[in-house]
Design a binder for this molecule. Structure first.
Ligand SMILES: C[S@@+](CC[C@H](N)C(=O)[O-])C[C@H]1O[C@@H](n2cnc3c(N)ncnc32)[C@H](O)[C@@H]1O
Length: 669
């Protein structure tokens, strides 16, 4: 029996407007769109449909428009007023790790990471909410997004409840696009010149996503839309029963990507083929017999790709190879010089030339001949072919269809992590393998249960890589009263952690690290991560209380918020100066004050709360000596707490000594 709630249309009186809209939509589907107040009628389209000529071409721009697009674009440009606060608790191997797990709304986090990571991320791998009508789509707030974030995640009083983006909202697609658009814009700037973004999506928003990606990245940078064949059609289909999801790939700059790091994957069976050949050569009487044995074995193998099966020969020196035609590849005729015949080495007669000429100019053909990379037939009647050795071609292009059935439910069960529908870790790891090299940075700002982090560790263990991951996950509250969130909420209780999704991400990463170590005991790579949390800046915003200005001014004598630690401030400095959040930080006592040298002396900070005339000379000289010993690569910035100076003379003295010693960027907070 269906239980009616007060939201249910059945408990409401007739909605005439909705009915009219439905009728209009039935006749002219293109008329009804999403506007400021929800569903609206596009009057320009109506005018056109009834023959009004007042609409001009100016309005007919190609592209995707929706309510809020201008603001969404602007939102990406508005600087964040937040900071990231380090949380040693919950981190693993804080002192040595290069991986990051950031709790927060990814829009703010993407903004905060711009200075430190712009142009440094090789792969952004995301699996955003698909907008199925059941998932939460983050509502950004143009006025004060950090306050909005703290409210939504229940970190301050009076927050709005997180709710799903349902079709009934009237701005179903617009909400999703408004959420995605600024994030994708910011994501692009983090990518390295040869970087790329990989996005999982299903039929709900695939088409919109492709259009906004074209707008943000440029059509020329599309790498394609892969089909992830899940081998299991959806049971609740109203049309075609989808059994695939899409994986959209776009490069920051496709030309640079192709030049420097083309998308390739290892040929799955190549090593096995080489191993078999070695064994056959060892046991057979001759290379000829080994080649025959190898060909028979190859024919009996299941699951070889078309490309692999072509490597069916063994050369005189025992290498597996295939032959490829050297004919001019397209329909036009090759230039005249591409018709020079090749002479058969035994008969000394010219061999047949392909109808449209050779694929390569004569110099290249001669070079291939010299290098023994052309195979001739028994006599001049066979057209010569190009030799490709398997051991030099162990990689292949990534095909657009990715068959991968099954789910990771069992894996998460093994790790005892409660999270519904995680992406298959193996699939993610194999794509990471195709898209990155061993030292690359991989980012996922819709981290969910942390599959991407797990996959980075797994791939590193497979190929001995040292890839780093940066994950961002909203501390989305988990409600123990909600049927779907109950188990996850109880799980957080069992960990004695707050009830939110970011806690699940962290615990998965901790457990995944142990599992990777267990499976690959020899792996010595990075299995830790540093946790950071989004919060309002450590530096007090000027927000005067008009009724008590005196108090406001007193409060502002100290610019730093009272609950913030030195570590918080140092972290904000890293972000503001564009340093890596995992940069090494050294600490020393100078004139009985704690001084930090960050990134080998690029930043030196003393955040002591009091600096007197007596102490300052010794401190400044000590800093100058340390700076000299560190010999940092670039300019050094030196930072102090503004309220620490007992008077202006102290400040002037300190500045003078540091400047005399070559430190010119001196700042106070
Ligand atoms: C589809 S899930 C990702 C699942 C993940 N690929 C996995 O395998 O576990 C999307 C995730 O993005 C998170 N999310 C949604 N909006 C976010 C935002 N504004 N900032 C950060 N995370 C967000 C959701 O909490 C959810 O966990």
């Amino acid at each position: 029996m269906k239980k009616l709630s007060d939201n249910d249309p059945e408990t409401k009186s007739r909605d005439l407007v909705a009915e009219n809209l439905a009728q209009l939509k039935a006749i002219f589907p293109e008329l009804v769109t999403e506007g400021k107040g929800g569903v609206t009628v596009n009057l320009d389209v109506l005018k056109q449909l009834v023959g009004d000529q007042t609409v001009t071409d100016v309005e007919e721009k190609y592209g995707l428009n929706w309510h809020g697009k201008r603001r969404a674009r602007q939102l990406a440009l508005t600087p964040s007023t937040g900071t990231l606060r380090p949380c040693k608790k919950g981190s693993v191997d804080w002192d040595t790790t290069q991986n990051l797990m950031i709790e927060g709304d990814n829009l703010e986090v993407l903004k905060l990471l711009q200075k430190s990571y712009a142009g440094k991320v090789k792969l952004i791998y995301i699996d955003p909410p698909y907008n199925t009508g059941k998932d939460f789509v983050y509502p950004d707030n143009f006025q004060d997004n950090i306050k909005n974030y703290l409210e939504l995640t229940g970190q301050v009083e009076g927050g709005q409840k997180i709710s799903s983006n349902t079709e009934a909202s009237g701005r179903f697609h617009a909400n999703w696009l408004n959420m995605m658009y600024p994030r994708l814009k910011l994501a692009r700037d983090l990518l390295s010149p040869e970087g790329l973004i990989v996005i999982h999506i299903d039929e709900h928003e695939l088409h919109s996503l492709v259009i906004i990606l074209r707008e943000i990245f440029g059509e020329e940078n599309e790498l394609g839309v892969g089909v992830w064949d899940k081998r299991n059609p959806k049971g609740d289909a109203r049309g075609l029963a989808y059994q695939h999801e899409s994986i959209v790939m776009v490069a920051r700059n496709a030309d640079i990507l192709f030049e420097q790091a083309p998308l390739k994957r290892p040929k799955r069976n190549a090593q096995r083929m080489l191993d078999y050949t070695q064994e056959a050569l060892r046991t057979a009487k001759s290379t000829r017999e080994a080649a025959k044995q190898y060909r028979n074995w190859l024919k009996a193998q299941d699951g070889l790709s078309g490309g692999e099966a072509m490597y069916d020969r063994i050369s005189a020196d025992g290498r597996v190879y295939r032959l490829v035609s050297m004919a001019w590849p397209n329909k036009k005729r090759a230039p005249d010089e591409y018709f020079r015949p090749l002479i058969h080495p035994k008969t000394r007669r010219p061999c047949p030339i392909p109808e449209r000429g050779w694929r390569n100019p004569p110099e290249t053909m001669q070079d291939l001949l010299r290098r023994g990379l052309i195979e001739f037939g028994p006599d001049e009647n066979t057209q010569p072919q190009r030799i490709y050795f398997l051991d030099e071609n162990m990689y292949e292009n990534v095909p657009s269809i990715i068959p991968f059935g099954g789910s990771d439910d069992a894996l998460l069960k093994e790790l005892a992590i409660p999270f519904d529908q995680p992406k298959p870790m193996e699939l993610v790891a194999s794509l990471i393998g195709c898209c990155t090299k061993e030292q690359d940075v991989v980012m996922d700002f819709f981290a969910g249960s942390g599959t991407t982090g797990h996959a980075v560790m797994t791939q590193n263990a497979v190929d001995g890589g040292n890839r780093r991951y940066i994950l961002v996950q909203l501390p989305e509250p988990l409600d123990p009263e909600n049927k779907e969130q109950k188990t996850a909420a109880a799980f957080c209780d069992s960990l004695e952690e707050p009830r939110n999704l970011a806690e699940i991400t962290k615990e998965r990463l901790r457990r995944a690290a142990k599992a990777v170590q267990k499976d690959s005991p020899k792996f010595k790579g990075d299995l830790g991560f540093r946790v950071f949390r989004l919060d309002i800046s450590n530096i007090r915003a000027w927000n005067p209380n008009r009724d008590n200005l005196k108090q406001t001014l007193t409060d502002h004598m100290e610019h730093i918020l009272p609950d913030r630690t030195e570590a918080d401030i140092l972290c904000e400095l890293l972000l503001k100066l564009g340093l890596d959040l995992c940069v090494p930080i050294e600490k020393r006592q100078i004139a009985r004050k704690e001084v930090h040298a960050i990134g080998g002396g690029v930043l030196i900070a003393c955040l002591a709360e009091k600096l007197s005339r007596k102490e300052v000379e010794l401190l400044a000289q000590g800093i100058a000596d340390w700076h000299k010993a560190l010999t940092p690569g670039g300019d050094t910035t030196c930072v102090f707490r503004d309220s620490a100076f007992t008077d202006d003379v102290v400040k002037t003295n300190l500045t003078a000594i540091l400047e005399q010693n070559g430190i010119r960027n001196i700042r106070s907070l």
